[in-house]
Design a protein around this ligand. Structure first.
Ligand code: C5P
Length: 218
């Protein structure tokens, strides 16, 4: 099998950033794309660390270690602990870009009718960190863009020092969050571009792995 002996790390799903004991900031990611990539990698012979934010999904495969986390910081720590040991890493998670600067110890009570302002701070960029740390690893990111997709994905690829990036366009219907289908474009670090049709996320996972395998073998 093409991924025999390879260790793969995949981040998946959203993150939840606590506001107080009962509230959080989140997003609509379901984790489907990351879980499909993990299953495909395992079927292709890899040993997989699947680091997933809060998701209803589950997976049972003897080659997949599922590590569940909640926040961007926890996801960062889980990735950091394992990154040096893997051959390939894919950032498929929709990591929060900001988190509340302070987590209230008690549930925040409504006071007057005045607006409430939450101060936010940046989270760590887990993928950019992998791009910085990488030695032999092949690192792949995702880009979800609402406009100028190709241009922004290429900028992201270079800025985060990735080997490839998978663009999902918000301009394509049936693609992205909450859908079982996706339409992606694979772009490698030499800026070779391959566009795929809209298809089931499980098939998209096969396409992405075919592109990666072709490049790590070369
Ligand atoms: O910069 P942007 O968020 O658009 O980049 C998206 C890519 O970066 C995705 O692969 C996502 O998993 C990753 N990312 C990350 N940590 C963050 C933000 C994004 O790993 N804090």
């Amino acid at each position: 099998l093409p991924l025999n002996g390879k260790k793969v790390l995949i981040t998946a799903g959203p993150t939840h950033e606590a506001i107080d004991p009962v509230r959080y900031l989140g997003n609509k990611s379901t984790g489907t794309m990351g879980f499909e990539l993990a299953k495909k990698a395992a079927d292709l012979g890899a040993q997989v660390f699947l680091i997933a934010g809060p998701t209803a999904l589950t997976v049972a495969h003897h080659s997949i270690s599922l590590i569940r986390v909640t926040s961007a910081e926890e996801m960062y720590q889980a990735v950091h602990q394992r990154f040096a040991t893997v051959n390939i890493a894919i950032g498929a998670a929709a990591v929060a870009d900001y988190r509340p600067k302070e987590i209230a110890v008690q549930k925040i009570k409504k006071k007057s009718d005045a607006p409430l302002t939450l101060a936010l701070e940046r989270t760590k960029d887990i993928l950019a960190d992998m791009g910085k740390q990488k030695v032999h690893q092949y690192v792949v990111g995702f880009a979800l863009e609402s406009q100028d997709g190709l241009k922004n994905a290429k900028i992201k690829l270079q800025k985060k020092n990735l080997d490839a990036i998978v663009l999902n366009s918000l301009e394509d219907s049936g693609a992205g969050f909450g859908s079982n289908t996706n339409k992606v474009t694979f772009i490698d670090k030499n800026l070779v571009v391959k566009a795929f049709n809209l298809k089931a996320k499980s098939e998209v996972a096969s396409d992405i792995w075919a592109e990666i395998i072709q490049r790590i073998d070369a």
